[in-house]
Design a protein around this ligand. Sequence first.
Ligand code: FES
Length: 162
Amino acid sequence: MSVIAPATSPIDLANLEPIFESQSLMGRGSLISVLQAAQTTYGYLPNPVLEAIAKRTKTPISQIYGVITFYSQFKLSPRGKHVIRACQGTACHVRNSSLVLETLKSTLGVLPGSTTSDLMFTLETVACIGACSLAPVMMVDNEAHGRLRPERIPEILDKYRG
Ligand code: FES
């Protein structure tokens, strides 16, 4: 079972220069802005990028990791083209969301919090996505799939692969 996809292309740190030039590098607020812009550029925050940001902003790397782990928006591993959020809230749980999640894990070959090796899907779990009447539910990007039956999952995922 593959867990986390390796980075497949070299990281071009030159892409950070326009970000540094557009930000005034002072204070925590600008550090967050730089991290957000870097994540938009690279899709996630690889370690060489964090080291370059630490050097340029004269911020200890430990402080940067502190910011990243505080804000859930920041990702330290590559994200898939599509993000699947499998609801594990109470309403979904009583309607067999655990079987839906098991089917997602076995179909994709990844654990929650991980990305497929082809960088197509990232699998996550959530507590409730506010569509309890459709339980069990999963979101793929911004699209809800409700009243899910595990046997439908491969067909649903194939639509996103296309
Ligand atoms: S518990 Fe799953 S949508 Fe609310």
